[in-house]
Design a binder for this molecule. Structure first.
Ligand SMILES: *Cc1c(COP(=O)(O)O)cnc(C)c1O
Length: 379
């Protein structure tokens, strides 16, 4: 089945009781049983919900995985993956990863005795140096947030396989439309469905997708035992979002390219981070593993101060100043004071996250209007 067809049909069957073409929102906490233990496969809604099941099937299908396990947020999905580990285990992560993941790893799980190494993963062979007998997981984000570094998923997968380590890819920035990590050898894919999958900035949701049956079983056990499940209405919103993912992503890619080139030619802009530029350090890898370059980008100003960045951030009219990304509307953000505020300044600068760095989530409005808005804000 081709992508567009899959996005519209995967996981969704007409409702058996009415024929409703769209899976209903099963807003129930429990299910009536005919006799103790005799039921229709549904007992209690933390454990099973038909709206959630339809979404889990759809998400697995569009990531070319076997199992989808949904959670109440992207962070809850990441949390579930780390819960597969035990004290003493070690994880190797990209060093410019999402601030919330950094916080989860260092503030919640490190005190429980799981060790995290944050390293640059652009050169896959160097990763081996950090692997020892305790290493159980590699955690990759690509493109990275917010510097749009590209990590070679297939190369990481081969290092992981060689050392019997599992590879998890946070695929939020790319979305399943631009990149399918399981096809490239990853074992686990995590999404914040809050972003491109939902696509309309109206839901917080997360998912883990895996192929291995016993890992899926463990994740379902964690989902049910820890209870960070999404509500049925939220599942329905993501299910609805997926149906237009391909159409939205095509436009994000078109607008992203236009805005990236506009910024690059602007006299007050210093550097533009966008993986579609041919001189991006890992453009060839992006070309190989992605179907397009998307609408996420960052840029710094020639006046590299927080103040100069704040002036731009408070002057845009179409680009709304907000956390998050991946919705139909354009957003602008300041990683140093917003998404990455929990990373100490010294470490942030060391990783190239400058004070004036501004991140854009380019939406699917008319690109001329977006350019005009940035032009007046940058001045
Ligand atoms: C937003 C985001 C998350 C966290 O997801 P929530 O749904 O906000 O909990 C994780 N990783 C990346 C790359 C994100 O952008």
């Amino acid at each position: 089945m081709k992508l567009a067809t899959k996005y519209i049909h995967a996981g969704v069957e007409p409702d058996p009781s009415t024929g409703a073409i769209m899976t209903p929102i099963f807003q129930t906490s429990t299910y009536v049983q005919q006799a103790p233990g005799k039921n229709k496969g549904y007992e209690y809604a933390r454990t099973q919900n038909p709206t959630r099941h339809a979404l889990e099937k759809a998400l697995a299908a569009i990531e070319n995985g076997k199992h989808g396990i949904c959670f109440g947020s992207g962070m809850a999905a990441a949390d579930a993956v780390i819960r597969l580990l035990k004290p003493g285990d070690e994880v190797i992560c990209t060093n410019d990863l999402y601030g919330g993941s950094y916080r989860l790893f260092t503030k919640i799980f490190a005190p429980y005795g799981i060790k995290f190494h944050f390293i640059g993963m652009q050169k896959a062979p160097e990763i081996s140096k950090y692997i020892n007998e305790h290493t159980k997981l590699m955690w990759v984000e690509t493109p990275t947030n917010p510097l749009m570094n590209i990590i070679d998923i297939a190369a990481c997968a081969s290092v992981a396989k060689q050392h019997h380590v599992r590879l998890c890819v946070d695929n939020t920035f790319a979305s399943p439309y631009l990149q399918n990590p399981i096809d490239l050898g990853a074992d686990i894919v995590v999404h914040s469905a809050t972003k491109y999958l939902g696509g309309h900035s109206d839901v917080v949701h997360g998912v883990v997708i895996v192929n291995e049956d016993d890992m899926a079983e463990k994740l379902h056990f964690i989902q049910n035992s820890c209870g960070a499940v999404p509500g049925p209405h939220d599942c329905w919103l993501v299910l609805r979002g997926i149906k237009t993912l391909h159409v939205r992503m095509k436009q994000h890619c078109i607008n992203g390219e236009i805005v990236a080139h506009f910024l690059r030619n602007h006299p007050k802009v210093n550097k533009v981070y966008w993986c579609g530029f041919e001189d991006h350090p890992n453009h060839e890898i992006a070309k190989k593993q992605m179907r397009g370059y998307g609408g996420m980008m960052s840029f710094t100003l020639k006046n590299n101060s927080m103040e100069a960045a704040f002036n731009v951030l408070s002057s845009t009219k179409l680009f709304s100043l907000a956390e998050s990304l991946g919705g139909v509307e354009s957003l602008i953000g300041h990683p140093a004071s917003m998404t990455h505020a929990s990373i100490p300044r010294e470490e942030r600068i060391k990783n190239g996250l400058e004070d004036s760095l501004i991140r854009l989530s380019v939406g699917i409005e008319d690109a001329d209007d977006l350019k005009a808005d940035l032009a007046q804000a940058i001045g």
